[in-house]
Design a protein around this ligand. Structure first.
Ligand code: CU
Length: 630
């Protein structure tokens, strides 16, 4: 799930500047003579602006008429809706207008809309209304609310205009018949196929959101991280896979390092837990694209009502990043369903295709291809949960403000929130089911070469020729180094929210140059030599945080630098105020005084002091066993 601003616009500007003058001359030369009627039709599709206008108009609108002569003959005044449809890259518009009820029944609608958006401006639209007699009875001329148009179709906006009775002679006084149509906001999947409260509580918890984000981020970014950041992550147990044999998901060896096995395994593990709380059936096939209104009006209505929670949320616009906007829009087209998704659907159920792949190759291919695209195709515009405003580029990956933990934050394009969306479970179920197809394929073509094995409570496969690794990575739970208990029962301090936030800040620190400024001094309160190497203590106390410290092992002979731990990372990593009546530590941390001051003033009973009370009595680190198998 890569969401990044690209250099597209800059590139375009450069190209534009380099266009030779001869090109302009050529255009002048070949410009059609406007006085001559074109003899033949040419193939014309909507340009980007036209496609965006179409995206905005397509859907279900509530319409009401106002004025002295308000209304249309034969229609009631209330409860009216307008269905509008335009093909992808199309320029013709069709629609129906009637009561919401009748539009969803088998009875023919009383009015049909006929129009086009060829060469029109959003401020000057005009369509005709055909009655059951087949004649053009009315003309609608209207404007699209431009403020709303700025967000693409992510907002709720309006069309407003006038109605002209085409049977009424032009010489008569104009009638006062106006209308306002408001587009119905797309109902999110959670409004249709909600997750049950216990499951939702588990998924939206700090621990789970951070775990899922960090699990993906660590392996997605690992190949891009400098060595000191990698060591920083190793130090807090969040390297992807075994120490020094990490398995990145997007580097040059991604398809050979077993990362694909991790991908399949972690999600099967997650699915198992979720399914113990709620029945979450896999999709049996990828949901079809939007039905055409003219062919299947009821199907169209169901689709825009998102009746079964599988309809595609509309695309959205990201200001100043046309390439990104185009990418989101392309992934959501019906063409992409036919060109990519149907091919994946076929290949990943084809024994001949699957039998050639190791589990790691298969996992890596699915993760980077189909999986990423499933996430974006079914993603709805990201919104700020505090006010519902669209935030086209989504939450900053290192922003852990309380509002992002709200259950409405189920944006599928961010692993912090994607697993909160019901659709996630249905398509991850589909992906998971393909593992069984893969197993059957190998049974058929290489009998006996893949065998089943239970790993960490998950039905899995024994390592061998087709299964690269025997230790699928579930985070520090399987490959961490601390045996110090954390806040969660049965889990180490490495799984604590504050540790995970720190790891995320390290991972995304590169993207946030500002965090690097003046890095060294304020961060490390103490460093000391211990039996198993050199350690440092990262305090949270001095900044009004819950009173905990995290001891991080500095790997001897490696380059984990202080700078690898972003300055102020911990200050920014929570929005909860300290819960202790005790005054925050005001002492300036320094290597000389900090060990004592941090530890002595850290007696809060419900918190875990990793720097350990033992240290206050005797400033030596606890024995090596504290670090488990590290
Ligand atoms: Cu995931």
């Amino acid at each position: 799930m890569t969401i990044s601003r690209r250099w597209f616009m800059a590139g375009l500007a450069l190209t534009g500047a380099a266009v030779p003058a001869a090109f302009y001359g050529h255009r002048q030369w070949t410009k059609p003579d406007p006085t001559i009627t074109p003899g033949e039709a040419s193939f014309e599709v909507a340009d980007v602006a036209g496609q965006r206008l179409a995206d905005t108009l397509r859907g279900v609108w509530q319409i009401r008429f106002e004025g002295r002569d308000a209304g249309l003959e034969g229609l009631p005044r209330d409860g009216l809706e307008l269905f509008l449809d335009i093909g992808h890259k199309g320029r013709g518009l069709v629609g129906f207008l009637d009561t919401a009820e009748r539009l969803r029944s088998s009875e023919a609608p009383r009015y049909q809309v006929l129009g086009d958006v060829a060469g029109v401006k959003p401020a000057q639209l005009s369509w005709r209304l055909l009655s059951a007699r087949g004649s053009c009875d009315y003309e609608f001329s209207m404007a699209l609310d431009e403020v709303w148009a700025g967000f693409g179709n992510a907002g709720s906006g309006s069309l407003s205009g006038r109605v002209l009775d085409l049977d009424r002679p032009l010489m008569m006084t104009t009638q006062d018949n106006r209308f306002v149509a408001v587009k119905k906001v797309f109902p999110e999947a959670r409004e249709r196929t909600a997750l049950n409260p216990p499951l939702l509580a588990w998924l939206t918890s700090q621990e789970h959101r951070l775990f899922h984000q960090l699990w993906h981020a660590s392996r997605d970014k690992w190949h891009t991280l400098p060595e000191d950041k990698r060591d920083a992550l190793r130090g807090i147990g969040w390297q992807p896979g075994p120490r020094d044999k990490e398995r990145d998901a997007r580097g040059t060896r991604k398809d050979r390092n077993g990362s694909g096995v991790d991908f399949f395994f972690m999600h099967r593990h997650m699915l198992g837990t979720a399914r113990s709380m709620q029945d979450l059936p896999s999709w049996t096939r990828f949901p079809l694209p939007q039905p055409e209104l003219a062919r299947d009006r009821i199907g169209f209505a169901n689709y825009f009502d998102n009746h079964d929670g599988t309809a595609l949320p509309p695309t959205w616009l990201a200001e100043d990043d046309d390439e990104y906007s185009q990418w989101v829009s392309d992934i959501k087209t019906a063409e992409t369903y036919h060109s990519n998704f149907q091919v994946w659907e076929s290949q990943y159920r084809d024994p001949r295709y699957l039998s050639k792949l190791t589990l790691g190759q298969f996992g890596s291919e699915v993760e980077l291809g189909l999986h990423d695209w499933l996430h974006m195709r079914w993603a709805s515009v990201p919104r700020d949960p505090s006010n519902g405003q669209p935030v086209p580029f989504a939450r900053d990956p290192a922003d852990f403000s309380a509002r992002w933990y709200a259950p409405e934050n189920d944006f599928l394009g961010d692993p912090f929130s994607s697993h909160v969306n019901p659709v996630f479970w249905h398509f991850h179920g589909w992906i998971d089911d393909r593992l069984e197809d893969w197993f059957r394929a190998h049974e058929r073509f290489h009998p006996g070469q893949v065998s089943r094995l239970e790993v960490n409570g998950v039905q899995w496969f024994a390592p061998g020729r087709w299964v690269e690794i025997d230790d699928p990575w579930l985070g520090p739970g399987t490959h961490g180094c601390s045996a110090t208990p954390g806040l969660q029962a049965g889990k180490s301090v490495e799984m604590d929210p504050e540790t995970m936030k720190l790891a995320l800040r390290i991972t995304f620190g590169e993207d946030e140059k500002k965090l690097q400024e003046g890095a060294a001094a304020a961060l490390v309160c103490a460093e000391f030599e211990g039996e198993a190497g050199r350690y440092m203590i990262v305090p949270t106390l001095c900044v009004g945080m819950p009173q905990r410290t995290l001891r991080v092992r500095l790997w001897m002979g490696r380059r984990a630098s202080r700078a690898a731990f972003p300055r102020r990372a911990w200050e920014r990593s929570t929005t909860k105020p300290a819960t202790h009546p005790q005054a925050p530590c005001t002492k300036q941390c320094s290597p000389a005084s900090a060990t004592a001051s941090v530890v002595h003033s850290n007696p809060a009973p419900h918190t875990v002091c990793v720097a350990s009370p033992a240290l206050s009595a005797n400033p030596r680190p606890p024995p090596h066993s504290d670090f488990g198998r590290c």
